[in-house]
Design a binder for this molecule. Structure first.
Ligand SMILES: [Ca+2]
Length: 211
């Protein structure tokens, strides 16, 4: 049984060599998919999903780092100066929002094609740690799993300047089991602003689904 399991892992992987995989199969999302340990780690020191990311609008006026060193602890750093970004849907520049998604596919070209189904595992929460700064008229929206390109509203939590500081704080977002069926995006991280030149700087770590 064990050998069959590894054989499946090897067959389903292209990017990593076998030795690397055998060293730490627990880092593989497919392992977690079959493992009912109750936690699926999305980001902890690195992106653990095996997938990639995509910006929702153009990456202008933003800085995104998946290996930011916070006193040696690796975290995601996302900064927006509140400047304009190009919205591919409306085909115009705007300063109301920007963001990115952690996707199941490896790049935006695969965003709508590659999906994951966690609906049988029983995850009910998206948990994460966050710290940083938001301008008065800017909010940070963290969205739960969703289908790319869908108009369905994902589960989300909205944090404003009074919710975060430069001390770590943990949040827990309840997620519906239906959102975990055939999703393309694990998590969306979005800044929304009511005025130009706002924005913020946030650090995110220990991003995970829990039962
Ligand atoms: Ca970390």
């Amino acid at each position: 049984m064990k050998y069959l399991f590894f054989a499946l892992l090897i067959l389903s992987s292209c990017g990593k060599n076998i030795e690397e995989r055998l060293k730490d199969p627990a880092n593989d999302p497919l392992f977690y998919k079959g493992d009912y340990s109750g936690v699926f780690m999305i980001y902890e020191d690195e992106l653990k999903t095996g997938g990639g990311m995509m910006f929702y609008a153009s990456p202008d006026n933003q800085e995104l780092d998946f290996f930011y060193s916070d006193d040696g602890n690796k975290v995601i750093r996302y900064y927006w100066n509140g400047g304009e970004v190009f919205d591919y849907n409306s085909e115009s520049y705007q300063h109301n929002w920007c963001g990115f998604g952690l996707i199941v596919g490896h790049s935006w070209e695969e965003a709508e094609e590659v999906s994951m189904d966690f609906s049988g595992i029983g995850y009910s929460k998206l948990k994460f740690k966050v710290k940083g700064y938001l301008s008065q008229n800017t909010v940070l929206k963290i969205e739960g799993p969703k289908k790319a390109g869908s108009s369905e509203v994902a589960d989300y939590i909205e944090l404003d300047s009074s919710d975060i500081s430069y001390s770590w704080k943990e949040f827990s977002l309840p997620i519906s089991s239906s959102s975990l069926k055939d999703f393309n995006i694990y998590v969306g991280i979005i800044f929304e602003a009511t005025e130009k030149g706002s924005g913020g700087e946030v650090f995110i770590d220990s991003l995970r689904f829990e039962r």
